[in-house]
Design a protein around this ligand. Structure first.
Ligand SMILES: Cc1ncc(COP(=O)(O)O)c(C=O)c1O
Length: 452
């Protein structure tokens, strides 16, 4: 590791956190270990206790402030406890908490309309089914694709992540996140457009994007020739910010349609302006999906998900009763509405573009000085830094990535980690971050990579 890193301090913040008077960290940890499922994991050798948040910052029980560089795993889109959203939710909770969709309520239609207005004109993407999570959204999307097409097989991508239920674990293309499942039958994993580690050992653009062309063979060899759907994240999130080359998705979409399938874009991480120059991740790829799934950033931290599609596809759910107790809940709807209002009003997408471009450039500069950095990729405020021990062999620097997370935490910066080898640093802060914040982020990373 090299030396000579510069260092800036975290920008000032006017918010004063309330003094913490809850149980001690030790008590919280003990209760968690004794009573909460051990299947729910924590980050860091010494798990971090977070007790307050304001915009891009979080505080622990001692009053120490952190820059949130991962946004609650890409969920806090416009800032923790954004005052406009807090106010809107408070008002709604005092009026009506819950009824279910068996009665009319104005918010559900308002949010569905507002979402429809954010999709490309003439895309036909205008009817929405609300859920509580990304997992549920992907479940509903695959169900609709199977009902609408009458086919069963689904193609997803290696490295992809689509959720924790049985069907979505089947779609997920990373072994770490999968239990052995019979439900994975009928799911086939295609090659991701992972140029840094090309699955075919080729180079873009002379490769002719063979990884995408291969989907045709996959369908011919492994299915009856007809499929229900292809599902993918426009940029893979948990898979380590894998951003496929231009034309990758266009090639796949044509193949999928030719085989009777629907194209599902999982925008759980990439939606809502996060990729900067476009509101949706799929817009970078010159495709119009048949179904779009959302969660996370849609509600700035609310348990809210959505599936938007065309009316001709949405009709299929009328074949039986299909019901979701909390989907469309008025409190969740108001949180979604207030979040979208802020994204539009405060030019959040523009901020993701400008601050994201500055951040990416600074990370690229860092790459020239820090030999552990093998690749910097992503768009807007959805960036990844892949650490490798050797630039030629690309041996994953997984233990180093774990250590970098520990060091940045100590310095007041929280980032994530992902990728098949767990060696990709994930940088996805709330989209209200400033240039000064990301300068602090890069300098902190520089210092963490510079220590022996
Ligand atoms: C791309 C993507 N799809 C789906 C999901 C599942 O969402 P949830 O955890 O809300 O069920 C996630 C969660 O990380 C995700 O990143």
């Amino acid at each position: 590791m090299v030396t000579n890193s510069s260092s800036t301090s975290m920008p000032d913040c006017a918010h004063i956190p309330q003094p913490y008077d809850g149980p001690t960290r030790k008590e919280v940890l003990l209760q968690r270990r004794q009573y909460v499922s051990p299947g729910i994991f924590t980050f860091y050798k010494d798990p971090l206790l977070i007790v307050e948040g304001h915009m891009q910052y979080l505080w622990d029980e001692t009053g120490k402030r952190y820059l949130d560089g991962i946004g609650g795993i890409v969920t806090v889109s416009v800032g923790h406890c954004h005052p406009h959203i807090v106010e809107a939710v408070k008002n709604q909770i005092g009026k009506l908490f819950h009824t279910t969709t068996i009665y009319l309520h104005p918010h559900i239609g308002r949010l569905a309309k507002l979402l429809a207005e954010h999709f490309p004109t003439d895309s036909g993407l205008e009817v929405t089914y609300f859920t509580n999570s990304g997992t549920e959204s992907n479940e509903v999307a695959v169900l609709m694709a199977r009902l609408h097409t009458g086919h069963h097989d689904v193609i997803s991508l290696r490295n992809g992540y689509h959720g924790g239920s049985q069907v979505t674990m089947g779609l997920t293309g990373m072994g770490t996140w999968k239990f052995p499942l019979p439900q994975a039958a009928g799911v086939h994993h295609a090659m991701p457009g992972y140029c840094y580690r090309c699955p075919l050992g080729l180079e873009y653009p002379t490769c002719n994007v063979k990884c995408a062309q291969d989907v045709a063979q996959l369908i011919d060899y492994q299915t009856s020739g007809k499929i229900a759907a292809f599902i993918a994240e426009p940029i893979q999130g948990a898979g380590g910010v894998v951003d496929p080359p231009e034309s990758y998705f266009k090639i796949i979409q044509d193949i999928v349609h030719a085989h009777g399938g629907l194209f599902i874009a999982d925008e759980v991480q990439t939606g809502f302006g996060r990729t900067g120059t476009h509101f949706w991740g799929f817009e970078h790829d010159d495709v119009i999906p048949d179904i779009v799934t959302m969660a996370k950033g849609i509600g700035n931290g609310a348990p809210l998900g959505a599936v938007t599609t065309r009316m001709d596809i949405a009709q299929c759910l009328k074949q039986k009763l299909h019901f979701n107790t909390f989907g469309g809940n008025p409190v969740a709807m108001i949180q979604g509405l207030a979040t979208l209002e802020i994204i539009d009003r405060d030019r959040i997408q523009q901020n993701a573009t400008t601050v994201g471009a500055h951040l990416k450039q600074r990370l690229k500069d860092l790459q020239t000085r820090q030999p552990l950095i093998g690749d910097v990729r992503g768009r807007g405020l959805l960036l990844g830094v892949e650490l490798v021990r050797n630039p030629d062999t690309k041996e994953p620097a997984t233990t180093e990535a774990i250590e970098v997370l520990e060091r940045t935490r100590t310095a007041g910066l929280l980032i994530g980690r992902g990728g098949v080898y767990g060696n990709v640093l994930r940088v996805k802060p709330p989209m209200c971050v400033t240039i000064k914040d990301v300068d602090f982020l890069v300098d902190t990373l520089d210092a963490a990579l510079s220590l022996p």
